[in-house]
Ligand binder design. Sequence first.
Ligand SMILES: [Zn+2]
Length: 415
Amino acid sequence: MSGERPLEVTIDDRAIEHLLAFTAEQGMHDLLMVSDENTYAALGARVEAALSEAGRDLISVIHTGEEVVADARYIFHTLLAADPKPRTYIAVGSGTVTDITRFVSHRTHSSFISMPTAPSVDGFASIGAPLIIDGVKETVICHAPIAIFADINTLANAPQALIAAGLGDMLGKYTSIADWRLGRLFWGEPYDEEIAQRTLAAVQLCVDNVDAIGADEPEGIRKLLEGLIESGYCMLDFGSSRPASGAEHHYSHLWEMKLLREGRPAILHGAKVGVATVLVAGLYDRIRAMSRNEAADLMEASDWSNADVEMTRIRTAYGDQAEDVMAAHQRFLNLTPEESDAIKRQILAHWDEVQEIAAHVPPPDVVADYLRRAGGPTTVAELGLSDEEQALAEQSGHYLRDRFTVRKLARALDI
Ligand SMILES: [Zn+2]
C-alpha cells in the first residue's frame, strides 16, 4: 500500500493561486474538476472561474443527489463527463468526492489534485479509495494526489459535523496504536515505533487545539488538517492502514455495512470512529483495572479457541456476508487449541506490557470530552444507532479483519 507523497501541500488562504501556479508549472492545461452541489458552492465555483479565466480547458462535473456516494453510479457519471483527451483531475470535496476522483483518475492513467473542503477524514493523502461495490464497502488501491491545496476559510466554514468527524478519526489513533502494539506482541504483526510515535504526535497536535477546532478558528482547523494529512502519510510510509485503524474502525465498518444492507442513510466515517473510540477506550480502562490472576482465571474459562463457536457468532452477526467475513478471518479460525493456548500464555507472560500499552489510552470520558468540545456525537444514541447495534459491534466487529486488537484480547478473556 506504500506510495508517493504529494509534490506540494498547502493549507492557507491562497489555494486557488497555488493551483494555478502548480498546474502551469506542470504543463497541466487540460483539467477535469469533480465536485458535488455543496462543495461546488463552497469552493468549486471559484476554482472553475479562476481556471476558465486563465484559459484552461476545463470540464466540470457537479454530482447531484441526496447522498453522493463512491459507487458505480457516481463513478460512471464522472467517466461519462470525461472526453478521450488526457486530463488532470481536480477533486473539490471531502472524502467521497476525493475517493471517486482518486479511483477514476487512477484507472484512466491521470493524476489528480486534491482540494479538500472539510477536514473530515485522514484519507486525503492515502492511496486507498473506499468504494461501495455491489452494496459492500471495499478499499481499492489507487494513488495519492499529486498535490493538495486546501483553502483554510473553506475548511473553517465546513459544517461542524464534518469538522468533528475529522477529530473523531484522529482520536481513533489512540486505540489503533495501542491495538497495533498488542498485534506486535501476540500476532506477530509488523510494527514501526517511529511511525507509531508520529501518529500519536499528530493526535496530540489535534487534542492540544481541540477548543480552537470546536470554535472553527482557522489556526485550529489547520492543525486538524495537518494531523489528518500526517496520519495519511504514516499509512503511506508504513504501507498499510495498520497505524491508523484498529478495533474502533472495525466497529465503524460493521455499522457502515449494516446501514448499507438495510438501505439506511450513511453516518460520517469519523463520527462513527469517534464514538467507537470512546467504547474501545472503555475496554482499555477495564484491562487496566484487571490483575494478571483475574486475566488467568478468565482465559481458563474462555471458549475463544473453538472455531465452531466463532463461526456461529460470525453467521449470526453477518448473515449473507458471513462467508466473506470467514474467508478474511481464516488465520484466526484456523488456530489449533494448542496455538490459542500458546497465545493465552503469551498474554499472561506479557501482562505488564499489556498494562503499559493500556495506560497510554485516555479514559473514555476524556475521549468523549474531546469529541464534545469539537461538537461531535459521543454515544451510539447520538449517532442514531441502537444499544443492540453497539453490542453487535463490540461482539463481532473484530471478525472483519485478521488483526489482533484489544477486542481480540477481550475475546480471549471472554469479557
Ligand atoms: Zn478512519
